[in-house]
Design a protein around this ligand. Structure first.
Ligand SMILES: Cc1ncc(C[n+]2csc(CCOP(=O)(O)OP(=O)(O)O)c2C)c(N)n1
Ligand SMILES: [Mg+2]
Length: 314
């Protein structure tokens, strides 16, 4: 993915998430959602380093990963609106989106739930020799789940082509990482399984893309899995309506200074890739894509009640 395209995708994610938060406040969408404002460079940095045949799984905070992978913003938003064109025909909502045609094997409401899925996808790739690499996202909180350790062990043992991307965004719900992790350096856990692990600035698109490209090349060459820790900050609340009483507004203001979109804009401007007018035009175009997505949702039909029992397996 070209850098300017990556920048445009980060803007789409940002404005998508801001729109979702606004639509909830206005009572125009139901349920809940976990937005990823502040974490866009992780999503796009990872997606930019992958090949079309690669596979991705995500978490409860997955809109950004899905859009980074190439999902249609209108159809993703339609899922939140409960409309028929949504990725799960409006039946699932925020945490139930997938599209295997773009190598996206789903969000997951179970903390850590995406980790074994990606491990299984990597086993499939290894057995069938497809050259595919599987990538999963999960949070700092999820890295304490037993399934994290089970998955990394088997993936290392069998040299599976899977990349474990932990988004260390400072919090698991209201628990700050300093209160939830015995050792805050999550990447160091890779040592226990004899796989490479490293930590990058997750707000730096280039750092993320470079690290993933190198780990993906090794995995594709049969050298097995890796653990990449992307240190970032969840500028959003945990989920809809989070009053954020567990941290100060001063802390948030400091974190906004490291907004990954601003950092990328500064870099692209300093390198002469974009000027102020181009930045404004990109921002306007991304906002127009989101406004169009909302219009699409509001004019789309709701699922037919007669189809209520379709795709039920219980
Ligand atoms: C198995 C399980 N336990 C608890 C929860 C409730 N829960 C939802 S999100 C979350 C925190 C996850 O934190 P982290 O992994 O850091 O991801 P982040 O929300 O920061 O993206 C928890 C505990 C859950 N969904 N699933
Ligand atoms: Mg977290």
């Amino acid at each position: 993915m070209e850098t300017v395209e990556a920048y445009a995708r980060m803007l789409t994610i940002r404005f998508f998430e801001e729109a979702i938060e606004r639509l909830f406040r206005e009572g125009r969408i139901m349920g809940t959602a976990h937005t990823c404002i502040g974490q866009e460079a992780v999503a796009v940095g990872v997606a930019a380093a992958l090949e079309p045949q690669d596979a991705m799984t995500t978490t409860h905070r997955g809109h950004g990963h899905f859009l980074a992978r190439g999902a249609d913003a209108g159809r993703a938003m339609a899922e939140l609106f409960g409309r028929e064109p949504g990725y799960s025909h409006g039946r699932g909502g925020s945490q139930m989106m997938m599209d295997p045609s773009i190598g996206f094997y789903g969000a997951n409401g179970i903390t850590g739930g995406s980790i074994p899925f990606a491990t299984g996808l990597a086993l499939d790739a290894q057995i069938k020799r497809t050259g595919r690499v599987a990538v999963c996202f999960f949070g700092d909180g999820a890295s304490n789940q037993g399934v994290f350790h089970e998955s990394l062990n088997i993936a290392a043992l069998w040299k599976l082509p899977v990349l474990y991307i932990v988004e260390n965004n400072g919090y698991a719900m209201s628990t700050a990482t300093r209160n939830g992790l015995a050792d805050p350096r999550i990447a160091d856990r890779a040592v226990a399984y004899g796989m490479p692990g490293s930590t990058v600035n997750g707000n730096d698109f280039f750092a993320v893309r470079e690290a993933v490209a190198s780990f993906a090349a090794a995995a594709r060459a049969g050298r097995g899995p890796a653990l990449l820790e992307c240190v970032t900050y969840r500028l959003s609340g945990h989920s809809r309506g989070d009053p954020r009483v567990y941290r100060t507004r001063e802390e948030e203001a400091a974190a906004w200074k490291n907004d990954p979109i601003l950092l990328l804009e500064q870099r692209l401007k300093s390198e002469g890739v974009l000027d102020d007018a181009a930045v404004a035009a990109h921002r306007q175009a991304a906002q127009a894509r989101i406004d169009e997505a909302i219009r699409f949702c509001e004019t789309s039909s709701l699922p037919d009640p007669a189809s209520l029992r379709d795709a039920l397996f219980a």
